[in-house]
Design a protein around this ligand. Structure first.
Ligand code: SF4
Ligand code: SF4
Length: 285
């Protein structure tokens, strides 16, 4: 029996459907070798080391954009309303973690949510074989009971574009790397656009970016899980209701059309968009 092709749009957050080029959205991204439900890397001994099947490649704490957080919170509220559940407490453990991180100033910024410094330090200094094996590195949004991602629909670029093996070999891996560059660019451009529309200055934005992908840590930062109330207050420039802020970011992105998106991406982003299609076509040769 032949397998029907998997279009790229089915693995992307639905919010992008309104404005990412249809040439990209309709690309065939069928990958049959990276069998995530029965993780290939937990059983294929041709890799230099295997992963634990209950951790897979989710020993990673992704950055989530402000609009993805807004989408998850909005979706969760709709779900709560439809079931008559208690407002503000999520049945989805991953989304509840997001709520807790917001409440506890755990690196929840206007630009999005990122790994706290203690995690960033542990991840940066890990040995290769800790990836896939060290449960201290497990993603906060991973559902251990069900062995799957709790926020799959709005997971970020790294999670969307990582395939431990491709049906197209090196060409396939190159395609995913180019796609990852493009989607990272899109995520950052849109998250920043939300901030501009919400009144943040370029300086306010760069102050937040300093917390993402830090490379050097002071001793106390290697254990830091939260942002101090004073720094948090200055980074949020007066926004008190963070949940409603994130939902507004989602509304901004949801309402973009293709022309507005192209303007936000600019020439560099549009050239990355072309490269994605180009590398997808090379993959077929
Ligand atoms: S991509 Fe990740 S979950 Fe999927 S098979 Fe590979 S290691 Fe396992
Ligand atoms: S967000 Fe989901 S896919 Fe990504 S690392 Fe976490 S659990 Fe895995």
């Amino acid at each position: 029996m032949s397998i029907s092709p998997l279009k790229l749009q089915t693995i992307l957050p639905p919010v992008y459907k309104g404005f990412i080029s249809s040439k990209i959205m309709s690309l065939d991204v069928t990958e049959t070798k990276a069998t995530c439900d029965n993780c290939l890397r937990a059983r294929d001994r041709r890799f230099s080391f295997t992963y634990k099947k209950e951790l897979k490649c989710c020993t990673f704490h992704p950055y989530l954009t402000n609009y993805a957080i807004g989408a998850l919170l909005e979706q969760d509220e709709i779900q709560q309303q439809s079931t008559g559940a208690h407002q503000g407490i999520s049945k989805n453990q991953g989304i509840q973690k997001i709520r807790n991180k917001i409440a506890e100033r755990e690196f929840a910024f206007p630009i999005g949510m990122m790994a706290p410094f203690d995690y960033q330090y542990a991840f940066l200094t890990k040995s290769d074989d800790q990836f896939g094996n060290d449960e201290n590195l497990l993603c906060p949004y991973y559902n251990r009971g069900q062995n799957r991602c709790d926020i799959w629909m709005f997971r970020g670029v790294v999670c969307t574009s990582f395939y431990c093996r491709s049906d197209y070999g090196q060409d396939g891996q190159k395609f995913w790397a180019v796609f990852s560059d493009y989607l990272s660019y899109v995520e950052m451009a849109l998250a920043e656009e939300c901030l501009v529309q919400m009144g943040f200055s370029p300086r306010d934005i760069s102050d937040q970016l300093e917390f993402l992908n830090k490379r050097e840590f002071e001793a106390e930062e290697t254990e830091q899980k939260q942002i101090s109330p004073a720094i948090d207050k200055s980074l949020w420039i007066g926004y008190d209701d963070k949940i409603s802020f994130y939902k507004k970011c989602f509304a901004i992105v949801k309402n973009l059309d293709r022309n507005q998106f192209k303007e936000i991406l600019g020439p560099q982003g549009l050239s990355l968009e072309k490269e994605v299609v180009e590398y997808a076509n090379r993959r077929k040769n």
